[in-house]
Design a protein around this ligand. Structure first.
Ligand code: SF4
Ligand code: SF4
Length: 435
């Protein structure tokens, strides 16, 4: 039986110097004011487990799942504490010990982590069935019939937030290889289509391919891509996360590519850590390290290659605010690049958002597992967005996209559009009338 926290390099476990600088940035500590709900408190608990001074109990497990994994503490920490690794290992420890185990939870974890999110064809098939259910009128019939009242309260409350499945997924919108037509090809990149992103925001993947083509990149989009494993890694399923990472390393011809591009912050942050994840796997360790060097967020890559600024003038000004996805700003330290992209768009006026780096409550599946705390963060985020008077909120992560879109709808501000910065850039290129 492995012990994830005890097996960690001890220098990671003892990095925290208890200064408390992370405390004001932590959403759960801000909510309760309790030390155990703070990064410092959680790290102390993790260290106690690693030191064999504390057993992994149900209370420990609940604390690790009360943490959003937003990584705001990582940005605030002057000691460079590797909280992402501690957090993932602590959750893996909780799963290994089985302290939160009960049949319903076991079933949902098996269904999602083990069955659906390891089988891309099955995931897309479920997506198509859900789409049929949504557009055939069945969905509204079921809602009107009142049959949903048999669902547990938590599921009943979640049901109206079910995302709309797109009519076409990435493989139908993007060819396996696309080359710039009117521009010189300078780079060859792989495009990751994601799993949730592919079902509900496949058009963002099309926009990403278009923007890359506009910037001299040949785009390779492998068919039927698997989940990157971030969902597994963030939820204590380390072995499955490794399996998903190996799949990507097997699928992509890394040497032929200058970069592997992700446009989803949560995936991107995980994708850059295949090296540490597979460090003990002789067959994959070296390739995983090379992968980490080539894994790039789309905003980061475009600034790195000095992206082409869209030309022309806008007919009217567009007021845009920008929400910083946690796994982009805290997980990848990418803050200026999306702003550079937005500021390059003709007519776009960027209205800065108060507490732009504060989590919106989406945090992977946190809005499902901890709806109350997630709802409070959602309300705060949406109120700040409404205060900017922007008509568009730019967001670079599918989870945040949905969370903010639902929050805006609930507070009667559904006219505020939510869009990926890359979608806005793609639209600006299209407005030039070029290719
Ligand atoms: S990841 Fe977020 S919620 Fe968890 S300890 Fe850090 S700041 Fe707090
Ligand atoms: S800021 Fe870093 S070193 Fe200071 S208490 Fe928080 S985690 Fe520990």
């Amino acid at each position: 039986m492995s012990s994830y926290l005890k097996d960690l390099d001890y220098s990671v476990v003892q990095q925290c110097m208890h200064c408390g600088m992370c405390l004001p940035t932590c959403p759960t500590y801000r909510e309760t004011g309790m030390e155990k709900n703070s990064p410092r408190g959680r790290i102390a608990l993790m260290r106690a487990v690693a030191d064999d001074e504390l057993e992994v109990t149900k209370a420990f497990g609940e604390e690790m799942y009360y943490c959003l994994g937003c990584l705001a503490c990582t940005t605030a920490c002057p000691a460079g504490v590797n909280y992402p690794e501690l957090f993932e290992m602590a959750r893996a420890e909780v799963e290994e010990a089985g302290v939160l185990d009960h049949p319903q939870r076991r079933f949902w974890r098996w269904l999602s982590l083990q069955l659906i999110f390891t089988r891309p064809r099955l995931l897309r098939l479920i997506g198509r069935m859900l789409r049929l259910y949504q557009v055939s009128g069945m969905e509204s019939l079921v809602r009107k019939s009142g049959v949903l009242c048999i669902l547990p309260k938590s599921l009943r409350e979640l049901e109206p937030t079910t995302p709309k499945i797109r009519p076409a997924f990435s493989d139908e919108l993007i060819d396996e290889v696309e080359r710039p037509e009117k521009r010189e090809t300078k780079y060859r990149v792989g495009l990751l289509t994601g799993c949730v992103q592919d079902l509900i925001l496949a058009d963002v993947n099309r926009d990403t391919a278009d923007v890359l083509l506009q910037n001299g990149c040949e785009v390779v989009t492998l068919r039927n891509q698997s989940c990157c494993g971030s969902l597994h890694g963030h939820n204590g399923a380390v072995e499955l996360a490794k399996q998903m990472a190996r799949r990507h390393l097997d699928a992509w011809d890394l040497d032929s590519l200058d970069a592997i591009i992700s446009n989803a912050a949560g995936c991107g942050s995980h994708l850059k850590h295949y090296g540490p994840l597979l460090k003990d796997d002789e067959a994959y360790a070296e390739r995983a390290r090379q992968w980490d060097v080539k894994a790039k967020d789309i905003n980061e890559w475009l600034v790195e290659i000095d992206f082409r600024k869209p030309e022309g003038e806008a007919k009217e000004a567009m007021q845009v605010t920008y929400h910083e996805a946690c796994h982009l700003c805290h997980g990848q330290q990418i803050t200026q690049q999306p702003r550079s992209i937005l500021n390059s768009i003709p007519g776009l006026e960027l209205n800065e958002l108060k507490d732009s780096t504060l989590c919106c409550g989406s945090a992977g599946i946190y809005n499902i597992t901890q709806p109350e705390q997630a709802g409070k963060l959602q309300d705060e985020k949406v109120a700040n967005i409404v205060d900017t008077c922007a008509t568009v909120t730019a967001v670079a992560n599918p989870g945040c996209h949905l969370q903010i879109e639902n929050g805006l709808k609930d507070c009667g501000a559904s006219e505020v559009r939510v869009a990926h910065p890359i979608t806005l850039l793609a639209e600006a290129y299209r407005a030039e009338g070029g290719d």
